[in-house]
Design a protein around this ligand. Structure first.
Ligand code: ZN
Length: 275
């Protein structure tokens, strides 16, 4: 369970590392056949926690997961490395976990929130769920793990990104982005029912069929396309750093970023300490 309901499950460094460890524990446990990622509170996730302070210190306290540990390096090198660990690195690991994963999504799931449910194999949404991308208004070309053209058709992906308008649960079902839409009060039971059904299948066959479907996406060029999108994402971060000293455009519609900028906080700025 995501359990930062007071921030609408905003993802700070600890939440992401804790979640990664929980996925790993569940993957290693032979008694676990299906993993459910759900969220406490009204909303699934509001995205990256843009108000987190001392995020480099917070990362240093955690056990490294990927080889991308250059986050203390100055400039784009440090910023990119941090995101290669926490976003693209974690998302790829979670997508490839050798167990079936189901996300149960209610309320809002905004930008970075998509990086939690999209890597899961199946998504059950409550009828009040909304999936939204607000990064373009912040001057950035989509979130770090750019799965949009794989989660829906390219034209809808462009609409989602360019308008910033939420996709409702009903629309997400029609697009094939979620598997089921259920009333809010049935979200937990319906997700468990789906998980139980899948857990009766042989685990090895479930793993192989997951790898086969994921492999079909990868054969279509998904990893290379995502690498390009991630590079463009960092071109945008660097562009705004040059202009504002912030990795995003603070004049965008994202209120908390503007508030943070006006207050003089620079939560994403590289904080070089070690050479
Ligand atoms: Zn970023």
């Amino acid at each position: 369970m995501l359990n930062r309901a007071s921030t609408a499950n905003a993802q700070n460094t600890d939440l992401l590392y804790d979640l990664n460890e929980a996925f790993d524990r569940a993957a290693r446990d032979n008694d676990v056949r299906v993993i459910i990622l759900a969220a406490n509170g009204k909303h699934f996730s509001s995205g990256h926690d843009v108000l987190e302070q001392n995020h480099h210190d917070n990362q240093d306290r955690r056990e490294p997961v990927t080889p991308f540990q250059q986050h203390r390096r100055p400039g784009a090198e440090g910023r990119m490395s941090r995101e290669e660990e926490l976003y693209t690195g974690f998302c790829e690991r979670w997508r490839n976990i050798p167990k079936i994963t189901i996300a149960a999504v209610q309320g809002k799931c905004v930008s970075g929130g998509l990086l939690l449910c999209w890597p899961c194999d199946l998504i059950v949404a409550s009828d009040d769920a909304q999936f939204q991308e607000v990064t373009v208004a912040m001057g950035v070309a989509g979130v770090e793990w750019f799965a949009h053209p794989w989660e829906m058709n390219p034209r809808k992906a462009k609409e989602m990104l360019l308008t910033g308008e939420p996709i409702t649960a009903a629309d997400a079902l029609q697009l094939g982005m979620v598997n089921r839409v259920v009333p809010r009060e049935q979200l937990q039971d319906s997700t468990l029912e789906l998980a139980r059904k899948i857990s009766r299948q042989p685990t090895f066959a479930a793993k192989m069929v997951k790898q086969a479907v994921n492999g079909a996406q990868d054969a279509q060029g998904r990893p290379a396309a995502m690498q390009i999108a991630f590079a463009l994402h960092h071109l945008a971060h660097s562009h705004w750093m040059e202009i504002y000293g912030l990795p995003v455009d603070p004049s965008g519609i994202h209120g908390s970023v503007k508030k943070n900028y006006d207050a003089g906080n620079e939560p994403f700025r590289a904080q070089p300490k070690k050479k």
